[in-house]
Design a protein around this ligand. Structure first.
Ligand SMILES: *[C@@H]1O[C@H](CO)[C@@H](O)[C@H](O)[C@H]1NC(C)=O
Ligand SMILES: *[C@@H]1O[C@H](CO)[C@@H](O)[C@H](O)[C@H]1NC(C)=O
Ligand SMILES: *[C@@H]1O[C@H](CO)[C@@H](O)[C@H](O)[C@H]1NC(C)=O
Length: 579
């Protein structure tokens, strides 16, 4: 008796249900908001200013003093907004200052609104601490409107500190308003991860019925096919013909990037002789295991990583070769990759601009948008989250470049996406999170594309911290760990030894994949009313119903999506199995 047809309907009935069983967090919630617009009025100080005295400058200059050789004054605008001005500056650090006692076990989030009296200038917030200067944030400030500066810091030793603002051009005044410095304990910081991840979970109720009647005791299994926040790991040709590594790798990951195999210097070592056999072989393997591939990369702006015949080309020939390259690889892998790093490391290097002019990269992005109409086109850069001190690629610089490219792309501007490499030494968590806040204000997809941590006793712990920051940030769409194994090692960080036994870093990854329900399977039976209920993370799932009725010999499966929760809506799903 075959009562079950492989036909089923999923109905999504939004229903407001009070969330029970949610981890209650008593800590002060983190404020993820950031503004990248230059506004007529600054927003109010976040957290009411936190530790900052007189954060809105509504009480004259109370709490504020001069830093260096400058004159500060209290001013108001016609709309009544009051702020502090540092003028007659002699040194790039001459500005306005406030003292605060900073503790080495706290994480500090900082924000402020700034403008300069004329034109535009990079303004940086810095703390003078007992162990030296600590940068907190920077932004490009403009005149006649207010820009938000958001960042954060930790200190090496507890002690008094002084906040001040740097800007190179001493002939401009620095205006400051709505300043906030909010400390969080480690526990509070961790609770923000939990709070944020809980928001992506939804209760899903599945009712199994046949002819309108509930099916009781039906065996249900729900398997996650794709996480809403994928975590992948890079691979290279080392995975080909290595069954041990293939098993280790494919049981864990759903997304990948090829380390070098798609790069121009690999696919066209001799001009005019394209050879895609290596990336094709890896692609075939990944497809067999339903592993999605990020395209990496079409061009790399670093002069050291060109095919060796490229640097000597004359501009016209380079332009022709580059056109051929972008068309060739993008057409070849159209429909097979989920995004492209189009011009790698464009903030640090300028090989193509130096040969083809200042719009070279922007031109490539525009071409890419025309060749493949669907996938996101990434900038991919290092040190934006890793090193506050690298002036080339701070979030402010990243946004400036992104805007230039977007302006050039016109209607295709929304195709851009933000790739952040994440090769860490010692991560600064408040800086990472606030920088992500700022970049997320673009509303573009953000991927952490090449996550690793330098070797050392804290490597696994730092890796865990970074992965938690990335996974829980509402603006981050996915992460790739940069840990492609090959017999002679990994780039900076391996997850396994050569026998595919986890290292401490691999254990961290496994722990987190489990905690976040990645590739998880939930099994249970329907209750007396034919219902089954589960709390599921944002993602794509397959539900299988087997043994539906005694003696029946069939099963039904259906895929469904769990969207991130909005407000307190739960997802009620009716899985109707018709006969
Ligand atoms: C600043 O405030 C004072 C007192 O409220 C007011 O008289 C003055 O007009 C304001 N200045 C500006 C520029 O609006
Ligand atoms: C500094 O600012 C002044 C006033 O806006 C401007 O005239 C000058 O060109 C700037 N100098 C530099 C080096 O940018
Ligand atoms: C059910 O399926 C199994 C294997 O597919 C088969 O061995 C068995 O005979 C079937 N039973 C009935 C009642 O059809």
């Amino acid at each position: 008796m075959e009562v079950w047809k492989k036909e089923s309907v999923l109905l999504f009935l939004p229903l407001s249900i009070l969330l029970s069983g949610l981890v209650k967090v008593n800590a002060l919630s983190y404020d993820y908001t950031a503004s990248i617009e230059c506004l007529a009025q600054p927003h109010k100080a976040q957290y009411g200013g936190g530790m900052i005295k007189n954060p809105e400058l509504n009480e004259g200059l109370i709490g504020w003093s001069t830093f260096g050789n400058t004159v500060i004054e209290h001013r108001n605008e016609s709309d009544g907004n009051k702020f502090v001005v540092a003028g007659k500056r002699n040194h790039f650090q001459d500005s306005v200052s406030q003292k605060a006692y900073l503790e080495n076990d706290k994480l500090y989030t900082f924000s402020a609104w700034v403008q300069v009296s004329e034109e535009k200038a990079l303004v940086r917030a810095v703390f003078r601490t007992v162990t030296g200067l600590k940068r907190a944030a920077e932004t490009v400030a403009e005149s006649k409107c207010w820009s938000m500066l958001k960042g954060g810091l930790t200190v090496d030793a507890s002690g008094p500190a002084e906040l001040f603002f740097e800007t190179d051009n001493t002939s401009v005044e620095v205006w400051v308003d709505s300043v906030s410095l909010q400390p969080f304990t480690q526990e509070e910081w961790m609770s923000h991860h939990v709070e944020s991840i809980e928001k992506t979970k939804r209760r899903v109720r599945i009712r199994v019925e046949t002819k309108g009647n509930p099916v009781v005791n039906s065996k249900i299994s729900i398997h996650q096919k794709v996480s809403g926040k994928p975590i992948g790991c890079a691979v290279n040709k080392g995975i080909l013909n290595n069954v041990g590594y293939q098993n280790w790798y494919t049981s864990r990951f759903t997304h990948t990037t090829f380390e070098d195999e798609m790069k121009w210097y690999t696919t066209e070592t001799v001009q005019g002789k394209e050879d895609y056999s290596l990336p094709d072989s890896i692609m075939t393997l990944m497809k067999q295991h339903n592993i999605a591939v990020r395209g990496h990369n079409i061009f790399w702006d670093d002069p050291h990583y060109q095919p060796n015949w490229v640097p000597s080309l004359q501009p016209n020939d380079l332009s022709a070769a580059a056109n051929k390259r972008i068309n060739s690889i993008m057409t070849k892998y159209k429909g097979q990759v989920i995004g492209w790093d189009v011009v790698n490391e464009n903030l640090h290097f300028n090989f193509f601009e130096s040969k083809l002019g200042p719009d070279a990269a922007a031109t490539f992005y525009k071409m890419a948008a025309g060749i493949d109409h669907s996938i996101p086109l990434f900038m991919n850069e290092f040190n934006t989250l890793e090193q506050k001190g690298d002036a080339a690629s701070t979030p402010a610089k990243y946004l400036e470049k992104l805007k230039n490219i977007q302006t050039f792309m016109g209607a295709e501007a929304k195709r851009m996406a933000i790739g952040l490499e994440c090769h860490f030494d010692v991560p600064s968590l408040p800086y990472i999170r606030s920088s992500l806040d700022t970049l997320a204000a673009t509303n573009l997809p953000i991927w952490l594309t090449e996550i690793d941590v330098k070797s050392g006793p804290s490597q696994a712990m730092y890796l865990e911290q970074v992965l938690r920051e990335g996974h829980s940030h509402p603006g981050v769409s996915g992460m790739i760990i940069w840990s492609a194994w090959k017999p002679n090692g990994c780039y900076r960080m391996c997850l396994t030894d050569n026998n595919f036994k986890n290292l401490a870093t691999g254990d961290v990854v496994d722990k987190l994949l489990k905690e976040w329900g990645i590739k998880a399977t939930v099994e249970a039976k329907t209750d007396a009313a034919g219902f089954f209920e589960a709390s599921l993370f944002h993602g794509e799932y397959e539900v299988k119903i087997s043994d539906p009725v005694e003696a029946a010999n069939s099963s039904v499966s259906q895929r469904f999506k769990v969207e991130p929760r909005h407000d307190s809506q739960d997802q009620i799903m009716l899985l109707q199995v018709s006969t």
